[in-house]
Design a protein around this ligand. Structure first.
Ligand code: GLN
Length: 486
């Protein structure tokens, strides 16, 4: 049951060949037996209660294609019935009085929540090692990181602990873990998915999106997730659309832009080989490759770490020991209470970002760093618009290497930042980006570690990205491969 796609499970549920209760129980058992540390909170009784309600809907005529489908949410989405920690000690015992819009929409569609998924603290990281609740293991190789910050989501999907998961992507946190765990994920155009109830990291970049095993499954999830929400001031008002409406379209005549800057010396040879093989596959499917340039790619790292830090320092000021979660036990006065609470409640990476952010926003430095970064952000966005005059989609690697070993870069923040090189600019430009499995690394160590192919589209072009990814997944089987022992 756990190797089936959402589409297949949905058909079985509608045909009454399986029940939501059975399906939920099956996955809960798998979660209980797993040792990946992917889940932070499970509540089997509550999940089974939701499954029973889904079975009632399936017996009547109010079911949607997602009714009875088990799903797990990144612990960045707040939930009324489950704790929401954002991977931080600061929110260790926090339960929200409301559901995030995304969670509310899935509940309305009738999905069954299996639990909340581990992630880097406040979604800051690319290895999941910044979680206060410990790192997540990559099911393909238990020595490897799963990627981050949605590492729990990617690992749980790869280990078939859930057929569906939510993730959030500020600078790559859906695409990079999807790539390193061999699953499929899409970060929609900024503003597509409501940020209401998504614990904020960098508000001008944060975007929720679906993660699953196939493009078709991601489209089904996005259909429920996306849409205008008056409670999010940057939510985009557009008519509802079926994101899977173009799935069957042929790729004949598709122009794929291949950015020169994505194939430079920083790219590992085994990743390059897998990505180039995928590009050849697309040529067989009728697409043509176009050489393009995204000249500001390198600048996306300093620009992102200035802007994301600035917004994080502002967003995280709300964790003061009074309004939410954790408070230090011993303190002399109010300011001592703030200091001790924040010193004890936040991890090292979060503190580093708050410090950088407060610095770049401070008097005298604002013009030199923050404003400069905003200007370059605009130029990065223009690079993409120039490229899209020559091509329909852009393709390249997601991550310069396959998953590295746990601990390898844990004490080297800059090494982690550099690994974000291919995902950050898409986020800075607000464009939709996707990651699909396209092979494995090479050599004794990397042969079991997945490689992801990145697809970048113009604004609101999610349906095309899903079409392109789906056609590739019809022609290849990388997305259907299973880690050993799963
Ligand atoms: N790795 C990037 C960071 O650490 C991106 C994280 C994200 O997208 N949430 O900020």
């Amino acid at each position: 049951m756990h190797t089936k796609t959402i589409k297949e499970l949905s058909d079985l549920l509608q045909a009454k060949k399986i029940s939501a209760t059975e399906l939920t129980q099956w996955h809960l058992t798998r979660i209980a037996q797993s040792h990946l540390n992917a889940f932070l909170h499970v509540d089997p009784a509550l999940s089974l209660q939701q499954a029973a309600a889904a079975d009632v809907r399936l017996a009547g005529n109010t079911a949607t294609p997602l009714t009875g489908i088990p799903i797990a949410h990144k612990d960045i989405f707040v939930t009324r019935d489950w704790r929401s920690t954002a991977g931080s000690k600061m929110l260790q015992n926090y339960t929200s009085p409301f559901d995030a819009t995304v969670v509310e929409r899935f509940n309305q569609a009738g999905t069954v929540t299996l639990g909340k998924l581990n992630c880097d603290e406040f979604a800051m990281g690319s290895s999941n090692e910044n979680s206060f609740y410990g790192a997540v293991k990559n099911p393909w190789d238990l020595r490897a990181i799963p990627g981050g910050s949605s590492g729990g989501s990617a690992a749980a999907l790869a280990a078939r602990l859930t057929p569906a998961a939510t993730g959030t992507d500020t600078g790559g946190s859906i695409r990079q873990p999807a790539a390193l765990c061999g699953v499929t994920g899409i970060k929609p155009t900024y503003g597509r998915v409501s940020r209401f109830g998504m614990i904020a990291f960098a508000s001008s970049l944060d975007q929720g999106g679906p993660m699953a095993r196939t493009a078709e499954d991601c489209g089904m999830l996005l259909n429920a997730m996306a849409g205008f929400d008056a409670r999010d001031s940057t939510s985009i008002e557009r008519p509802a659309e079926d994101f899977n409406r173009h799935l069957q379209q042929s790729l004949k005549g598709l122009r794929i832009g291949v950015p020169r800057e994505y194939f430079g010396p920083g790219l590992a040879a085994d990743v390059e080989q897998a990505v180039r093989a995928a590009l050849s596959e697309f040529e067989k499917l009728g697409a043509t490759l176009v050489d393009i340039s995204l000249p500001k790619t390198e600048l996306s790292i300093p620009v992102y770490y200035v802007i994301a830090g600035a917004e994080a320092s502002s967003n995280l000021s709300r964790f003061d020991g009074v309004r939410y979660g954790f408070r230090a036990e011993q303190y002399k006065d109010l300011s001592d209470m703030y200091q001790k609470t924040r010193a004890q409640g936040f991890g090292a990476e979060v503190k580093r970002r708050i410090l950088v952010g407060a610095y770049v926003l401070s008097h005298g430095y604002y013009d030199a760093y923050y404003l400069q970064a905003q200007k370059i952000r605009r130029l990065i966005s223009q690079d993409f618009q120039n490229a899209f005059t020559k091509c329909d989609v852009i393709m390249g690697p997601v991550s310069p290497t396959v998953a590295w070993d746990l601990g390898d870069k844990a004490d080297d923040p800059v090494a982690n930042y550099l690994a974000d090189i291919f995902t950050l600019s898409t986020s800075l430009a607000g464009l939709p980006g996707m990651s699909i499995p396209c092979g494995f690394g090479q050599g004794e160590k990397n042969a079991q570690r997945p490689v992801g192919l990145q697809l970048i589209g113009n604004f609101f072009d999610e349906a095309r990205l899903l079409n392109v990814a789906h056609q590739y997944q019809q022609a290849t089987d990388w997305h259907a491969r299973l880690p050993a022992g799963i």
